[in-house]
Ligand binder design. Structure first.
Ligand code: DOR
Ligand code: ZN
Ligand code: ZN
Length: 414
């Protein structure tokens, strides 16, 4: 297939021809003489995104989401690769359970996927199937904290095996749980000190490369940067604050921070201080989210992440290069994938958008099983077309791909 259009190539927009051979980009040329059919794409062609942090709830919590609905949502939001978290039921903490989840993904996923194992005694066996592991430093939704001594031992093992560990960083010694009656009190009950203190504690942990999930403030980013860790931020911490009138729907761990902190996060985003934006797509049912004390923490976000960020580019708040780096290139690099660039030899995972095509986000149009979004009414720019491995899987904003097309990103073979 040959595409003609305006594409984001090597840091700028270029009118070009993109040749696609099987799954990969065969060439990017400014001019071309050919007798082959050339497909003209309007608007702008960008690399598709990779989301390193989703909870697709499969197995065990498939009333909230499953690998089919989750991956379809990702695709319609311009994401063609996801990494799924291990706090499912049962948790993904053994070789057998990882195998089982790989099968689920292979049967249901419409896009390529990788899996995190939950750091456990079985790390050595699990390491045959994945390099990526998750550690909860504090209890969170469907996740327990490991005891200090056990954690040290396991991280030592992880280090010697060359595993890549992602941390949920909160220190529960700073929690004031149970003392909240509304969202604003809940947010205060898991204060910033808890996050900062936990980041500081990581210094003592034996682990080579540290990836810190969902950083909520400039202070957290600075520490992570100083210590040479990889920092992730989420769309909800970028677009929502304690001022959002979301009630229990805005309950998330770590919690939303003040509007001022949110503003600083954007400044750091534009300075390129962040490494990765990932959705932490954590859907729960509306009926579970009605009452603040009972409500599980987490908000959905995989379908709206890239569209929200592209709208910020259209508004002139952030640059396209930063968005592409944080949503497409850096996350793909972390997985060792040749994705996130429109260049010869890279995977032909692309999206086509129009910068004037912003629309209010409407939960009725999203593909989540949970049926709601904390970003209702926010402006987003959704891709008209999405190509995954050279195949069109979204056409005119409608999903046209197939269940089971997604492949597991095998170790050393991605
Ligand atoms: O808010 C959250 N929800 N934080 C987490 O750490 C887990 C997640 C979930 O799985 O619902
Ligand atoms: Zn987390
Ligand atoms: Zn998460």
């Amino acid at each position: 297939m040959i595409i003609k259009g305006t594409a984001y190539v090597k840091g700028e927009y270029e009118n070009c021809y993109i040749g696609i051979e099987e799954k990969n980009i065969d060439f990017v040329k400014k001019s071309l003489k050919t007798t082959e059919e050339v497909k003209k794409f309007d608007g702008v062609i960008l690399p598709a995104g990779t989301d390193l942090h989703v909870h697709f709830r499969d197995p065990g919590m498939t009333k909230k989401e499953d690998f089919h609905t989750g991956s379809m949502s990702a695709a319609c939001g311009g994401i063609t690769t996801v990494m799924d978290m291990p706090n499912t039921d049962p948790p993904t903490n053994t070789y057998g359970r990882l195998k089982e989840k790989i099968k689920i993904g292979e049967n249901k996923s419409v896009i390529d996927f990788g899996l995190y194992g939950l750091l456990s005694e079985e790390i050595e066996d699990m390491k045959e199937l994945t390099d990526f592991f998750k550690v909860y430093m504090a209890p969170s939704t469907s996740a327990e904290r490991l005891e200090e001594a056990e954690l040290m031992g396991l991280l030592q093992k992880a280090g010697s095996l060359g595993a890549k560990v992602a941390f949920h960083c909160e220190d529960e010694n700073f929690f004031e749980e149970d003392s909240f009656e509304d969202l604003s009190e809940f947010n205060k009950s898991r204060p910033l000190e808890s996050e900062l203190n936990c980041i500081d504690k990581l210094d003592d942990l034996p682990c080579e490369e540290k990836y810190i999930c969902h950083l909520t403030t400039r202070e957290s980013l600075e520490r992570v940067d100083d210590l040479g860790y990889i920092g992730e931020a989420t769309p909800h911490h970028l677009f929502l604050s304690t001022d959002a009138f979301l009630g229990p729907y805005g309950k998330v761990n770590p919690p939303l921070r003040s509007h001022m902190k949110q503003y600083e996060l954007w400044e750091d985003f534009e300075r390129g201080r962040l490494d990765i934006v990932a959705s932490d797509h954590a859907p729960h049912l509306e009926k579970e989210k009605e009452e603040i004390k009972q409500a599980p923490s987490g908000v959905p976000g995989v379908e709206t992440m890239y569209p929200l960020l592209l709208n910020e580019v259209a508004r002139g708040r952030v640059s396209i290069s930063n968005v592409i780096d944080m949503v497409a290139l850096n996350p793909a690099k972390r997985l060792g994938l040749k994705k996130g660039k429109i260049e010869e030899g890279y995977r032909s995972d692309l999206i086509q958008i129009e910068f004037r095509d912003n629309e209010p986000i409407d939960s009725d149009k999203l593909h989540y099983k949970c049926g709601w979004t904390p970003f209702e009414g926010f402006q987003g720019i959704f891709p008209k077309k999405v190509l995954s491995k050279g195949e069109v899987i979204v056409e005119d904003k409608q999903f046209v791909g197939e269940k089971g097309e997604g492949e597991y990103l095998k170790k050393n073979n991605i």
